[in-house]
Design a protein. Structure first.
Length: 169
């Protein structure tokens, strides 16, 4: 049955098989899960990693399929750096394409910075509400630093929060 609980149970089972180096069984479990969740980025990344660990034998998916899984995962989950990081390593280690790997890693860095900035801004708001202004200021300063390194706008929002926090003192 297609439930979140069965999904989680299947992922745990696949990871345990993977850790026990039972890669073909882990791949079979991931493939079973993908039958119910075919567009799940986490499963697609796991599948690609497990394909890379397989001995090349008849019936075993090839590395082209692994790359396709990573590209699809990156497209489906375009706000997370995880699939891009794996795709970067694939390009670097499997395809020996450092230039393409660097592009994927750079895109992952940008997404990771955005996620960290969002978390820092949220934490700053919560800390400000708790009157832990020094910690909130540190979060805002770090978020502003990430914004300026990204070369994207968004610093005004952080400066407003800094101003509001300063007025609260």
């Amino acid at each position: 049955m297609k439930t979140i609980a069965s999904f989680k149970k299947g992922v745990v089972k696949a990871r345990k098989l993977w850790q026990a180096e039972k890669h073909s069984q882990a791949l079979a479990e991931v493939d079973r899960l993908l039958a119910d969740w075919p567009q799940n980025p986490q499963l697609l990344v796991m599948r690609a990693d497990l394909i890379r660990l397989q001995d090349r034998a008849e019936g075993v998916p090839g590395l082209d399929e692994a790359k396709e899984n990573l590209e699809l995962a990156a497209t489906l989950d375009d706000e997370s750096p995880a699939a891009l990081i794996e795709l970067g390593y694939f390009c670097y280690a499997i395809e020996d394409d450092a230039a393409k790997a660097a592009e994927h890693f750079q895109e992952a860095v940008g997404l990771a910075r955005q996620l960290l900035k969002d978390a820092l801004l949220g934490r700053a708001k919560a800390l400000g509400e708790l009157n832990r202004n020094t910690e909130a200021l540190a979060c805002l300063a770090e978020a502003y630093s990430l914004t300026s390194r990204n070369g994207k706008s968004g610093g005004d929002e952080i400066l407003e929060q800094l101003w509001d926090l300063q007025k609260a003192d």
